[in-house]
Design a protein around this ligand. Structure first.
Ligand SMILES: Cc1ncc(COP(=O)(O)O)c(C=O)c1O
Length: 348
């Protein structure tokens, strides 16, 4: 049995909607490796998952939308930051499945910039025909979910059948299943290409990507180090999240809790002033990825995660093999146009 078809608990029995265009490529980054030292460096291009500019959330939405369809929903409700990639891809998924999408945008990043509020992901949300609401607090996950439940009630009263994608913990981590499956895809591609990984580095926000990938790799017996780079909260808080996510994945899939505390590795040195706040480190990471490999990172997630990847690569031993998961977020660069133009207009 190939890795790609190896069962992981009940994964293959879970409701699932096909939204991705296919597997995402793995590319080597030789020019970046030459700049940094001895390690061999790869990138898994999950910015190329294929739906409305792609990104990691397409993998996650396959399981949420699968459950929504199985339950007869006709409307998707979701909440996120103003420049959220998740809500943009939820709106695109809803269009693809013939559903409505209602999006609540939280005031999570303190910014008074009309470009941030209207361009990038927000513009795409509108192009996809989503109904937009705003929520004043960006750090109140339970409150944001409660408001979604109220909107769902209003839609039910009009005869619609809404499905809520919750933000706060305490709900089955369906999104993480997309990355349990991605671990299977990754290992089978590595086997085909004769790549023996030592390290995987990725952004750790809600923890669905980090928790799912880590769980999937361990469930397949792969001991590779998985480093999550914090983009939303500090390492101490994020550790609790990843640990609970991994426990919940085991419950959902009715399989062994394969992740141990020592498997959870987090770096929070690149979080800066907090979620969605940019700084020179962000611009430097974006510049290096672009200059060496033509790779476009986003300022909120992948530039911070890439900074963590660069640190791992610089510390790597001769011959070690590291892989960065590019989780997407590309449209957000247009929401940060002011800061990015100022950074890239200035001499490096
Ligand atoms: C581009 C991008 N990368 C990484 C993440 C973090 O993924 P997760 O929330 O699964 O931890 C997100 C979350 O929205 C994202 O949009």
């Amino acid at each position: 049995m190939t890795v790609r078809t190896r069962p992981i608990g009940k994964l293959d029995e879970m409701p699932h909607a096909r939204l991705m265009s296919g597997e995402t490529p793995i590319e080597e980054m030789p020019r970046l490796a030459a700049r940094l030292g001895a390690a061999r460096l790869y990138v898994k291009r999950d910015d190329m998952t294929g739906l409305a500019f792609g990104g990691n959330k397409v993998r996650q939405l396959e399981y949420y939308i699968g459950e929504a369809v199985a339950g007869g929903a006709d409307t998707i409700l979701i909440t996120g930051a103003v420049q959220s990639n998740f809500v943009r891809m939820a709106a695109a998924s809803a269009c693809k499945m013939g559903m409505e999408c209602h999006i609540q945008l939280e005031n999570r990043v303190p910014k008074n910039d009309p470009v941030y509020a209207t361009s990038g992901n927000v513009l795409i949300d509108k192009m996809l025909g989503a109904t937009l609401y705003s929520y004043p607090d960006g750090e109140d996950e339970a409150g944001a979910d409660a408001r979604l439940s109220e909107i769902a009630g209003e839609l039910r009263a009009k005869g619609q059948t809404p499905y809520i994608i919750h933000l706060a913990p305490g709900h089955p981590p369906l999104g993480a299943l997309g990355y349990v499956d991605a671990a299977r895809e990754l290992l089978s591609q590595c086997a085909e290409k004769d790549i023996e990984l030592d390290d995987v580095v990725l952004a750790s926000g809600s923890g669905h990507t980090h928790g799912g990938m880590l769980f999937g790799l361990r469930a397949l017996g792969c001991p590779v180090r998985v480093t999550g780079v914090c983009v939303r909260r500090n390492a101490r808080e994020q550790r609790g999240r990843i640990s609970s996510r991994c426990g919940e994945i085991a419950e959902l899939l009715e399989t062994e809790p394969v992740v141990e505390d020592g498997d959870i590795i987090l770096k929070d040195d690149f979080l800066g002033a907090g979620y969605g706040r940019v700084n020179d480190q962000v611009f430097d990471a974006m510049r290096l990825a672009a200059e060496t490999e033509g790779l476009i990172l986003d300022p909120v997630y992948t530039a911070k995660a890439f900074s963590g990847f660069l640190e791992c690569a610089k510390a790597a031993q001769e011959g070690q093999v590291l892989l960065f998961v590019h989780t997407g977020g590309t449209p957000a660069i247009f929401g940060y146009e002011r800061e990015l133009s100022a950074a890239f207009d200035a001499p490096a």
